[in-house]
Design a binder for this molecule. Structure first.
Ligand SMILES: Cc1cc2nc3c(=O)[nH]c(=O)nc-3n(C[C@H](O)[C@H](O)[C@H](O)COP(=O)(O)OP(=O)(O)OC[C@H]3O[C@@H](n4cnc5c(N)ncnc54)[C@H](O)[C@@H]3O)c2cc1C
Length: 350
């Protein structure tokens, strides 16, 4: 059963109608995306597909060649993001669909409130595995980061040394991202902490061998300005009983979650890091953390899948690579026979 959309009284909505011969392709991609992102979807009586997930509702209907997407969201930035993501996906199926018009376009301002400019004021190594960047934003904008959304896209020029050109919202109501020489690097990171008294937020960026973000974090200068797109995305693990797992990219979200869960939540977490030097203080008294070490050859998926459920109705939350998330999802549905609503196995990188 789909989750209810909250705050219906304050929602914003948009519709795009279009004609397309192969609606079945759109439908199957819609289903695939929902499965990958663990979004609960259902098929309605009129054969339309609907996903409702906390802050948003997306519905796809098709009658012959007549197709429509209906979107409802609680924040305008989510609406714009969802419409843009859908348009980008449709354009990959058929480039002519990139001209789709959304009904909210007339109400949209050209300066998206989901873009925040932030100044880097500090960089610190956390163990051997992360760079912690402390970013300062304006006193007005810090309030954006106090809510339930924990993730941002970090925007910086894709070509080092270029001045950044920021995205705008165009006349179709869609985000227009700079292209060519001005293309931006856009990588998702978790807001590890927010300090409203100092107007700062911090991000922990994993130092893996292949990452351009790591190279950037290594050479970034205090005083550099970057863009933050969001916040969006969901919180970390929640529930009265939880089994949590993740690699270095998920450690910031998991530790933040462990520090904010109510004292009634119990369970355990299995976290993969480089070695003993990466172990961080456990912010929770009631969730035990089992630290795994790459240097020792530990296997995150194997240990996570062998860990007993803390309670039969516990929620399982896991985030790491696409391959590992898929293995955990299959294990949770198969061997553990959990309900879909109990499982969040998320791809943090691929
Ligand atoms: C909701 C969400 C929250 C996230 N939070 C964080 C966070 O707080 N901190 C954090 O560090 N990351 C986080 N990530 C993951 C991060 O977005 C990706 O790891 C991203 O690819 C990093 O960009 P990059 O420039 O390092 O590598 P990219 O330029 O994207 O990729 C370059 C190469 O590195 C490989 N690669 C990417 N990530 C890894 C990895 N972890 N290990 C090994 N190889 C990798 C890619 O396959 C590719 O071959 C989060 C992702 C999501 C979806």
């Amino acid at each position: 059963m789909a989750e209810k959309l909250t705050n219906k009284s304050t929602h914003v909505s948009s519709i795009a109608r279009f004609s397309f011969e192969r609606c079945d392709i759109i439908k199957s991609l819609f289903e695939q995306r929902c499965n990958e992102e663990e979004l609960p979807f259902e098929t309605l009586e009129d054969d339309s597909l609907r996903v409702i997930d906390g802050d948003m509702e997306v519905r796809f209907t098709a009658c012959g060649q007549d197709c429509a997407f209906h979107i409802v969201a609680t924040r305008q930035l989510d609406l714009i993001e969802i419409c843009s993501t859908i348009t980008e996906g449709l354009a990959q199926i058929d480039p002519s669909l990139s001209k789709l018009s959304w009904s909210h376009a007339a109400d949209t301002l050209d300066s998206p409130d989901c873009l925040t400019l932030a100044t880097i004021i500090e960089r610190e190594a956390i163990g051997c595995s992360w760079w912690r960047l402390v970013l300062e934003v304006s006193p007005v904008e810090i309030t954006k980061f106090l809510g339930a959304h924990w993730h941002v896209q970090v925007l910086r020029p894709g070509r080092p040394g270029r001045d950044p050109v920021w995205p705008v919202v165009n006349a179709h109501g869609l985000v227009e991202w700079p292209t060519g020489q001005n293309e931006l690097s856009r990588r998702v990171f978790t807001i590890r902490s927010v300090d409203q008294s100092k107007n700062t937020i911090s991000l922990d960026i994993y130092r893996h061998d292949r990452g351009s973000s790591c190279r950037w974090a290594e050479t970034v200068l205090i005083g550099d300005v970057i863009g933050l797109w969001g916040p969006s995305g969901r919180r970390g693990p929640e529930g009265h009983s939880i089994l949590v797992g993740g690699d270095e990219t998920a450690v910031p979200a998991i530790l933040r979650a462990l520090g904010t869960l109510p004292p009634t939540t119990t369970g355990c977490a299995v976290l993969m890091v480089g070695d003993e030097g990466d172990v961080q203080p456990n912010p929770s008294n009631q969730i035990a953390i089992k630290w795994l070490f790459r240097a020792r050859g530990d296997d995150l998926v194997a240990v996570f899948c062998e860990t007993p459920m803390p309670a039969p109705d516990a929620n399982l939350w896991f985030a790491a690579s696409q391959e590992q998330a898929r293995a955990v999802r299959e294990h949770a549905r198969g061997d553990r026979a959990l309900e879909r609503s109990q499982i969040k196995a998320l791809t943090y990188w691929s």
